[in-house]
Design a protein around this ligand. Structure first.
Ligand SMILES: Nc1ncnc2c1ncn2[C@@H]1O[C@H](COP(=O)(O)OP(=O)(O)OP(=O)(O)O)[C@@H](O)[C@H]1O
Length: 982
């Protein structure tokens, strides 16, 4: 049988032999040799080695090619296989050849680009273990930049040595010469090229892993399109909080994320970092990776394997854990089995990170169990089993996600949850200063933020802070029209990038001039959102008409890890920018389906909306493309990005931005779309209100906001038309609005205040357990007049926020109650409350529990209390007012005719304080409850209280648990006075 027939007949066996290990190494070696022999051209090689393509597909393509090249090539191919494949894979091939003779001969010869091909198999092996030095030689000679080094060191399937050879080739003859000279010199000096041959394999592997991680993470990708920004120069600490630990109040550092603090389930291995879009989750992981690679953080872990869920979406093969680690993170150049065994034997030394669980096409589920690390399974099943701990138990996993997609099933498997809440006000300062080399520019940007607090609120989100800093020229030049909404900020970055290329600099011409580009990028973004696709191949770009010139504008950046010299992949600088372009497409497209907007606001399946989207080869294997687009099954993961897109659609279709679009599309179509958005918002709100249950008799009508309410409010804010807000609120009839644990930060406060100020009747606004902060408090002021009570427990509020709140509050007739437990208040805030109590003689309730108020603050408060004739509830639980503070309060309150309830739990008031407080009891005709639990009160103090109670029939109970009393004393005193509760 001739060689050609043999290739055909043994096709299945050959494919199996080349690919069944899951490793690309055998195929790579065969390609090396065929290239070296001149049987394959460089172009043939490139056509086979398309990034993201399945191993089997590459091998099939090679077989087809070899077959069509004829008998001689087939002969050589079979001989190569025999040489490359291990004995046990013997295919019974009877062809052999002295393949390396030629190459061996070439080895010491003078150097040329051609030798790079003919000597490839030898060079690949010679470069083993000395990539760093080879790169240094190329950088020193000026042929490689640090970006080139990074490109080579990115961990893709291809080992680094082959990547280096491919990359150096693209740099031309002179660069090739430097590399080959380097190899030759080393050899002449008798230095071992593979310096680490004798070091243990895991040491060598760890070095390779950390060097690729370091190059992968040293630059920030949002700057990729326009400039390089080293992470070290710009990284700013974000605010981290534990989701479920009330006892821990200190700042949470990077090491604490995987450390012991805040652990709620010791059996679990997975730590979740959750945060809104653009809050900095990916950047945080990037920072951790970089610090680990440099040996300065997370040093308890010997190996760190980073994964991006966005990238894993393009893996359509079934893989084992071993294949997942080695093929997706870092390929061990030797002793794979030993390394994997080491990983299995030492799980506590290993850390896996998974960025962006929300971007995975499948929603988390624990239905398919998998325990065996060598068993192959679809990628999402592997991932879910790793997170659950049924696979690789003991290995620590760090996962990031948007909060919306973290359901109860996932929560069961979490060791702890850490919330990333974006920048603090000082973080914003720090970021802006780092962003600008020129301190006068940063000072101007910061000053302009101080004059526009809505924009300052937006800057708590790092991605928005980045845009604002990036667009400082536009920002400083826009005078009174400075941005108020998220849409305004994104329009600013659009203008910023477009105007770099624009001939028109004034008026609205900047958009018209680039409308085609915007449409093409918009289509790419829109169809991508529909298909949960965030990485685009060259073919995807082509389908949507995106050109090289469009790419150069800077909105797209090359995907790390997916791109190679011969096949580039792209993503938007940030996924929120993709949502923005998708929204632009919806607005600008004249022939978009009418149902798109409606479906978007009802959060119906976007895949249905994007029916025409059959591209995205980067995300979908071609066989599945069509089905997936049409199959009509929405993953939960899509919702957050649909929400964001809808928010942008609202903003872009608002009246104030219409002049931008009119030169580019028909105004009647625009008007229709805008009406449709208003209708959707109004309907959405009404649906929400209808779900409010009728109050139980005697109770207030209360609405607990469902997910989606805040989003609708934000959409209305984006439109900046008070009529829409008025209409929406005219139908809301409640007494109490509960928005606890709703991820409300300053941005949401701005929107809430904008909308709620139109409520017809005053409400109690409960915003406990959010991230309102001082900036958020300031944003809430426009709706304070409609709040009869405001609950802001656990919201990171300081004295400065209180100063502004009270200044406004004293002017608001309805404002009568405030609760501020668990914030950052000190004595400095008490002068404001004192002023409030003096000024507002109808104020009813002041609760300041668990802050840092001392005797000094209590004395200040007492000044106000002395002259107040309305306060009924005063709570200072968990502060430090001590006995003198209690004395001051007692003196101020002893003549109060309104005080009903007083709590001084846990304030160290002691018996001296208790005796002073007894005076209130003696005189009061209104007091019903006094709380003195945990106050170091002894018998003497209680005796004062008993004596006072003799003259008072109004008081119902005095709480005295956990004080300094013996059991006998407790029994005796309970007998004496049953209203005492011990
Ligand atoms: N800690 C930080 N220091 C400096 N810049 C940051 C930081 N965090 C985020 N940024 C800026 O904000 C951009 C968006 O952040 P990032 O992509 O990390 O957010 P994310 O939470 O992962 O968003 P998404 O959920 O949408 O993927 C970054 O590209 C960077 O420009």
């Amino acid at each position: 049988m001739c060689a050609q027939e043999l290739v055909l007949k043994q096709r299945t066996q050959i494919l199996h032999a080349l690919c069944s290990s899951g490793s690309a190494e055998y195929l790579e070696r065969v390609l090396d040799i065929l290239l070296a022999q001149g049987e394959l051209m460089w172009e043939d090689y490139q056509n086979i080695q398309v990034t993201g393509r399945e191993l089997y597909t590459k091998a099939r393509q090679l077989l087809d090619l070899v077959y069509t090249k004829g008998v001689d090539t087939c002969k050589l191919f079979l001989a190569t296989l025999k040489q490359v494949l291990p004995e046990e894979q013997g295919l019974g091939l009877s062809f052999s050849g002295c393949l390396f003779k030629l190459i061996e001969k070439d080895e010491h010869k003078s150097i040329s680009a051609q030798t790079l091909l003919t000597g490839r198999p030898v060079l690949v092996s010679k470069l083993q273990g000395c990539i760093d030095d080879a790169l240094k030689a190329l950088v020193t000679s000026g042929h490689f930049t640090s970006a080139d080094c990074n490109e080579v060191q990115l961990p893709v399937y291809t080992p680094l040595n082959r990547r280096l050879l491919d990359h150096v080739r693209s740099k031309g003859e002179s660069a090739v010469n430097v590399l080959l000279q380097y190899i030759q010199q080393k050899q002449e000096l008798g230095l071992p090229l593979d310096q680490e041959k004798n070091s243990p394999p895991k040491g060598q592997y760890q070095k390779k892993l950390s060097s690729s991680l370091s190059s992968q993470s040293c630059f920030l990708s949002t700057y990729g399109g326009t400039s390089h920004m080293p992470l070290d120069d710009i990284y700013t600490e974000g605010q981290l909080e534990l989701a479920h630990c009330v006892d821990f109040h200190g700042p949470l550092g990077l090491e604490d994320i995987v450390g012991m603090v805040g652990t709620t389930n010791e059996e679990a291995d997975t730590v979740l970092v959750s945060g809104e879009a653009g809050s900095g989750k990916s950047t945080l992981l990037q920072r951790l990776h970089l610090l680990w690679a440099r040996g300065v953080a997370l040093q308890d872990f010997l190996l760190l394997f980073p994964f991006s869920c966005r990238g894993l979406n393009s893996e359509h093969r079934e893989l084992s854990v071993q294949e997942l680690l080695f093929q997706h993170c870092c390929w061990p150049d030797r002793e794979q089995e030993e390394i994997f065994q080491f990983i299995q034997d030492h799980p506590h030394l290993i850390l896996f990170t998974f960025d962006g669980l929300d971007e995975l096409k499948q929603s988390f589920s624990d239905e398919h169990r998998l325990c065996c690390p060598t068993q192959r399974a679809p990628i999402h099943i592997l991932l879910f089993n790793l997170i659950q701990g049924s696979l690789m138990k003991g290995v620590r996993k760090l996962v990031t996600s948007r909060p919306e997609v973290v359901g109860p099933v996932l929560k069961k498997y979490l060791r702890k949850e850490v919330l990333l809440k974006g920048f603090s006000p000082s973080g914003i300062n720090c970021f802006v200063r780092k962003h600008h080399n020129d301190p006068t520019v940063s000072a101007k940007v910061l000053a302009s933020l101080q004059t526009n607090t809505a924009l300052l609120g937006l800057c708590h989100s790092p991605v928005l802070c980045w845009i604002v800093s990036q667009c400082h020229k536009e920002l400083l030049g826009c005078g009174d029209g400075s941005p108020q909404t998220i849409t305004d900020v994104y329009l600013m970055i659009l203008q910023h990038f477009l105007q770099h290329q624009s001939s028109t600099t004034i008026g609205f011409g900047w958009l018209k001039e680039h409308q085609e580009t915007v449409r093409h990028l918009g289509q790419l973004a829109f169809e991508g959102i529909g298909a949960t696709c965030y990485i685009f191949s060259g073919a995807d770009l082509e389908t949507c008409g995106v050109t090289e010139k469009d790419i150069c504008l800077g909105f797209l950046t090359q995907s790390k890890g997916m791109s190679s010299a011969h096949s580039k992949h792209y993503e938007f600088l940030h996924v929120t920018l993709q949502c923005f372009f998708a929204a632009l497409y919806i607005v600008l497209s004249n022939n978009i389906n009418r149902s798109v907007i409606q479906k978007l606001f009802e959060l119906k399946d976007m895949r249905e909306i994007g029916k025409r989207s059959v591209c995205f080869t980067a995300c979908l294997p071609s066989s599945e493309k069509q089905e997936l687009v049409l199959e009509g099954e929405t993953t939960a993961a899509e919702t957050p990005n649909l929400h964001i897109t809808a928010t942008f659609v609202s903003g872009l279709l608002s009246r104030r931005h219409q002049s931008l679009w009119i030169p580019c599309c028909q105004s009647s179509v625009l008007e229709k779309k805008s009406r449709q958005v208003r209708r959707c918002l109004s309907k959405g709100m009404q649906k929400h209100f209808k779900s409010i249950p009728q109050p139980v008799e005697g109770e207030k009508k209360s609405m607990h906001a469902m997910p989606g309410f805040v989003w609708l409010v934000k959409c209305i804010y984006e439109m900046q038309e008070s009529r829409i807000a008025q209409d929406a609120m005219s139908k809301l009839d409640v007494d109490h609005l509960k928005l606890t644990y709703c991820n409300i930060g300053p941005v949401e406060c701005t929107a809430l205040a904008y909308v709620l100020q139109h409520l017809r009747n005053p409400v109690g606004l409960q915003l406990d357990n959010n991230s309102v902060g001082d900036v958020g408090v300031e944003q809430l002021l426009p709706c304070l007049h409609i709040c009869n009570s405001l609950y802001l427990r656990n919201n990171n509020i300081s004295d400065e926020g209180i100063r502004k709140l009270i200044a406004k509050g004293i002017q608001c007739e309805n404002f009568r109650k405030i609760a501020l437990f668990n914030n950052k208040l000190t004595d400095a805030c008490t002068q404001h409350f004192s002023h409030l109590l003096k000024t507002k003689q109808d104020f009813l309730s002041l609760r300041l529990g668990n802050n840092n108020i001392t005797a000094q603050g209590a004395k200040q408060l007492a000044e106000g209390l002395k002259v107040n004739h309305s306060l009924q509830f005063l709570g200072l639980w968990g502060n430090k007012i001590g006995d003198t503070g209690a004395e001051a309060l007692a003196k101020a309150l002893e003549s109060s005719k309104t005080l009903v309830w007083l709590s001084l739990v846990g304030n160290g008031v002691g018996s001296v304080g208790a005796c002073a407080l007894a005076n209130i009891i003696k005189n009061s005709t209104s007091l019903e409850e006094l709380w003195l639990t945990e106050n170091c009160i002894t018998r003497a103090g209680v005796e004062c209280l008993i004596e006072a109670l003799e003259h008072n029939t109004r008081v119902k109970s005095i709480w005295l648990r956990n004080n300094d009393l013996s059991l006998e004393e407790v029994e005796e005193m309970t007998r004496l006075e049953p209203r005492l509760t011990f």
